[in-house]
Ligand binder design. Structure first.
Ligand SMILES: Nc1ncnc2c1ncn2[C@@H]1O[C@H](COP(=O)(O)OP(=O)(O)O)[C@@H](O)[C@H]1O
Ligand SMILES: [Mg+2]
Length: 367
């Protein structure tokens, strides 16, 4: 187990600042995920930790030791990186057992670990194959098995499950976490898949344009996203611009476009302030008729998407804005295209953000 600390780390490629002054602290034995859209700087961050790239600024510490000048092969890391291939002249078995054998692990133990990990990634029967005889997804599983078997105290995994089909990917998520926890290694995983991050991780760092915007547990990230960007990236959220019309002990009243009023529990924003009201798709209450209520909002069903166990309804509100609602399919069946509806935003479910300086649309761009 090892603790990893980054302080003020920056990496530039020409005029691009791929990693911009980031601080991270990954605890011993933690399964830590770096999550963000494509181009956010995730792979670069991982390569800096691996020593495959050198930071322009900042320090990287392993267990309190500065490693900026330690070459990758001396950092004792098991990794899965795109573009760092398997040993082509070695069989699957040799690839997976190479690390622990070189490390001087007892051959019987190597045999046991090799079999155990290969069977968990469903490749034990392919132990004698060479990498070129395997599909891309299989090669990725071998690379993962090799990292997991390496006995390294630190695992760096760049989109380790990305080449797998959905079913296997879900299964291996749990295996990956279990194996990492059994070995006691510290693991830092990179992904752009929020579900993968939420399911696997002890904590997640959200990266945006080279900067860390929030670090938290999956539950806290999901329930308390600290910005519109994170809320939009992690949750399925509706956002509406508004103005605070009243603040009292109970909360606030916010006026949306077209004069619609929304009641919230938020008291952190002032009278007259421009804000954004956020509510998750699954938290919007919807009725298939017009129901009178001081905070009812009316609209019309524009689109219905069947998502298996869920149905997503997109409706055009009478103020010209759209709202998305996610319902269990059994309830969603009651709605039809063109239906007049009533929606309610339950005050406890609303999050209120300050209106972003660059505008709302800018915060909703996922890149
Ligand atoms: N070797 C490189 N040379 C030039 N630009 C690079 C290089 N590697 C990454 N970048 C740029 O740095 C930014 C971050 O890239 P990367 O870390 O690969 O993002 P992610 O893994 O989050 O998709 C991108 O704009 C990318 O084009
Ligand atoms: Mg990447």
């Amino acid at each position: 187990m090892i603790n990893i600390k980054l302080i003020g780390v920056t990496k530039r490629f020409g005029t691009i600042t791929a990693v911009d002054n980031i601080d991270l602290n990954v605890e011993r034995g933690e399964f830590f995920t770096i999550l963000g859209p494509t181009g956010a700087g995730k792979t670069t961050t991982l390569k800096l930790i691996a020593g495959l790239l050198k930071p322009d600024e900042g320090e990287i510490y392993f267990d309190g030791q500065l490693v900026n000048d330690v070459p990758p092969e001396e950092r004792d890391i098991g990794f899965v990186f795109q573009g760092y291939a398997l040993f082509p002249h070695m069989t699957v078995w040799e690839n997976v057992t190479y690390g622990p054998l070189v490390r001087g692990m007892d051959p019987e133990k190597v045999e046991r670990i090799g079999r155990e990990i290969l069977s968990k990634v469903h490749l034990l029967e392919r132990a004698d194959s060479y990498p070129h005889e395997l599909s891309g997804g299989m090669q990725q599983r071998v690379a993962l098995a090799r990292a997991l078997a390496s006995g390294s105290k630190l695992l760096l995994l760049d989109e380790p499950l990305s080449a797998l089909d959905a079913r296997l990917r879900e299964e291996l998520r749990f295996e990956l976490r279990n194996i990492v926890k059994e070995t006691g290694a510290t693991a830092i995983q990179v992904t752009h898949d929020k579900y993968e991050a939420l399911q696997l991780s002890d904590r997640i760092a959200i990266l945006r344009k080279g900067k860390v915007v929030q670090v938290d547990t999956p539950v806290n990230l999901f329930t308390k996203p600290n910005s519109i960007f994170v809320a939009n990236f992690i949750c399925d959220m509706n956002f509406f611009e508004g103005i605070v019309k009243k603040v009292d002990e109970e909360g606030s009243i916010i006026q949306l476009r077209g004069g619609l009023l929304v009641k919230t529990l938020d008291r952190t924003h002032k009278f007259g302030e421009r804000v954004v009201v956020a509510i998750r798709f699954e938290d919007v209450e919807i009725k298939p008729e017009e129901v009178e209520h001081p905070y009812s909002i009316y609209g019309k069903v524009e689109r219905i998407s069947f998502l298996g166990p869920f149905i997503r309804i997109e409706a055009l509100l009478d103020n010209g804005e759209e709202v998305s609602v996610k319902l269990p399919a059994t309830i969603g069946y009651r709605f039809e295209l063109g239906d007049r509806i009533t929606v309610n935003f339950e005050p406890t479910k609303i999050i209120v953000y300050s209106y972003p300086r660059a505008g709302l649309a800018e915060e909703l761009i996922v890149e």
